[in-house]
Design a protein around this ligand. Structure first.
Ligand SMILES: C[S@@+](CC[C@H](N)C(=O)[O-])C[C@H]1O[C@@H](n2cnc3c(N)ncnc32)[C@H](O)[C@@H]1O
Length: 287
């Protein structure tokens, strides 16, 4: 990915997620590289409780591609304005819509038309009228300055080739006193050869940065109280199984998932990254 322009990277990522959400049964996971995605063990089941899952449209659950549950760590209140970066099929915006109530508002941003359409279907099915999705880039958010109480995001910023712009945008759109809770993947010491792997980029591995760099990026953007609320380490078995599942799905397809498939063995990857890849819940505040 490193030889591509930033727009070309976003285009590959968007194509991957358009395909992922367009399949009735998800075959091309992306951000599921480390996440279970079989029907019996959907990503959502790992992070959301039964109470949440029974109230959501089935499609919002099936197409959930996150690596955490941002709302589990925040005290979003009735009347708040919540912004979800890379809202996908809508799982977190729907849960937020319930939390903020009729006096609050929820906005999801996504760059992928197919994801926006799926989220819109799920919004209509859920019956909430305090939530909307907008097409746009998280690097250039279609959102007014100082207008948001809570920014949330679930497994998206790792996909941005311009993370500092994203961090700056979070600082711009938050109200003074507003807060952020982002679930994301971080990777320590990923070999450069793997950083250039399209499949791993769209799968939320190759674009992920170190935890310390993430924290520094948020601080440099002017955010304060930057804290990691939780870390979940991926073990060797989960890395290997997930990559095998992805590779199998991709080789079954005649079309590609995230551009050309660079050859990579699942056990090789697991050996290289085990101990150095985890999901984090980052929180921060704008003073
Ligand atoms: C891994 S999925 C996560 C979706 C959702 N947050 C969830 O938990 O299910 C990543 C989503 O982010 C969107 N996305 C990735 N990069 C983006 C960018 N630079 N600007 C806007 N949306 C982006 C993709 O289109 C996709 O819907």
């Amino acid at each position: 990915m490193s030889t591509k322009t930033n727009d070309a990277i976003r285009s590959s990522v968007s194509n991957a997620y358009a395909k992922a959400v367009s399949r009735a049964v998800r075959e091309c996971g992306c951000c599921t590289t480390m996440e279970a995605d079989s029907a019996e063990n959907q990503t959502a089941n790992k992070y959301y409780n039964d109470h949440d899952l029974t109230r959501l449209p089935e499609d919002a659950i099936r197409h959930s591609l996150g690596c955490g549950n941002p709302l589990a760590y925040v005290d979003v209140k009735e009347g708040d304005v919540v912004l979800d970066l890379g809202s996908g099929a809508g799982i977190d915006i729907l849960l937020a819509a319930e939390r903020v109530g009729p006096s609050g508002r929820v906005i999801g941003i996504d760059m992928t038309d197919e994801m926006l359409a799926k989220a819109q279907e799920n919004i209509e099915q859920s019956g909430f009228n305090n939530v909307q999705v907008r097409k746009g880039l998280i690097e250039d958010m279609p959102i007014e300055n100082d207008s948001i109480d809570w920014v949330i995001s679930n497994c998206v910023i790792n996909l941005s080739p311009e993370k500092d712009r994203v961090f700056g945008e979070i600082a711009r759109v938050l109200k003074p006193g507003g807060k952020m809770l982002v679930s994301d993947i971080v990777v320590e010491n990923l070999p450069q050869a793997l950083r250039n792997n399209d499949f791993l980029y769209c799968g939320c591995v190759a674009g992920a940065i170190r935890e310390a760099a993430y924290i520094a990026g948020l601080q440099d953007a002017g955010l304060t109280n930057v804290v990691v609320k939780q870390r979940v380490l991926y073990d060797s078995q989960s890395i290997e199984q997930a990559v095998e599942r992805e590779l199998e799905a991709m080789t079954e397809q005649s079309s590609d998932c995230c551009g050309s498939q660079d050859s990579i063995e699942a056990h090789e990857l697991a050996e290289l990254v085990v101990g150095g890849i985890w999901s984090c819940q980052f929180s921060a505040k704008k003073v």
